[in-house]
Design a protein around this ligand. Sequence first.
Ligand code: FES
Length: 72
Amino acid sequence: MSVLDVGLKAGLALPYACKGGVCCTCRAKVLEGEVKMEKNYTLEQHEIDDGYVLTCQCHPVSDRVVVSYDER
Ligand code: FES
């Protein structure tokens, strides 16, 4: 289950559209923990280097993950 889907299942109103790694609507910044991103058709390398992920495409690889959708 993706980070996005975990949040949606918990009842959070999170931004998303394609769920396919294309639209970038689900972009968020990882503040704590580590995730692995499966597909990425939209994020630039410098965004990834700064900690941004597509939450529809990432899965936690640490016990705790904190992401922020408010970082720009
Ligand atoms: S919802 Fe479109 S890239 Fe994640």
